[in-house]
Design a protein. Sequence first.
Length: 392
Amino acid sequence: MMARSALVQRDRASDTGRCPSRPGLPLMPQPAPSASAEHFEKVLKGLRACVPSDPLEAALVRHQLRGMSARERVPLVAIRQLVEELAQQQQDPWLLVRAFSHLDYSAAFLATTYLGNARTLRDAIQLSQRYLDQNSGLATLSLEQSGPLASIIVTPNAQVSASDQQLVAMLYGVLRTCQGLGLQQASAGIAAMPEQALAACRQLLRIPVTRLDGALRVELHFPALELARALNANQPNIARLARRERQLIRNRANHRWSESVQLLLGALLPRGETRLSRCASLLAVAPRTLQRHLTAEQQPFNELLSTVRRQLCLEYLRDGHRDDTLALLLGYRQTSQFYRQFRLWFDCSPSQLRTRLAPETPTTTTTRGRIHAPPHPAPYPAPALGSHRERC
């Protein structure tokens, strides 16, 4: 009985994220906010373009940041102290922003990262939100939409005393990434910074910057229509996506395996890959192990496959793809298989659904030479839906 009680206590502790403790003993401290070694290397790459080698190397030694392993997390407080010292030496209060300006934000480079799996700008932002904490615990990203305006909001972590230049550098990185993905119209809003800082940000960001009320944060504003703009990703970078998901699995106590599977399927289907074993291989687990996790979440693989196919089908249908192309993009070997499943989903043919969607689907529009896809897919209530089950 005592052993069972101990197990229950341990399970409850794991659910809450706390370590079990005996009466009178303090809880184990939470790890300090940190950044990945990969993220720190990018910071260093930018700093090396702005700071002479000798002062930079000496500062790295002083702050014990030299020769860290690739698996080590770097304390954010150490990064801030390093940047502040170098900024003072260089007499440049915005040194980190200038350092970030030397990084690669080109479309060709972004296509080699996990962002190469994004079909729209909205997808890219959501992937960035999902993996942000892997890169750095400095702040959180949120996406809000109000009428014709969309906003990416960067809010500093309450546990981190983020400096102004750290937050503006993060905003700069978000802006340049979105521009690399094709965004052309944008403005920024900054709260709780002096007017002198706002004036500097207008020069650094090269976009309009306004003052915001409220707590410290930075925001990127752009037309909401941009969220649905189709990205020109020729081939999804599945290896990068799978690597990110494996990192999440290692670091999250209550990871949702079904979310990982759905993300992978979205990239695998255009390649005609629909097997659970392929997802398991990418997540570095045995097929039976993955099946067991999905069963525990009450998310059978075949239902996840059907859900992803149905969602993508609506998205591709709105993009104007022909029936044979739809079948290939959804991983069907034969168009006849696609037609049968389509009728189970929507109780009509693809041409009939196109007719029903036409009055409610905005015409594809162009903003400054950029073609925009129709809005991000949402469950469409008009057609009578059939079963979501299907065979692989």
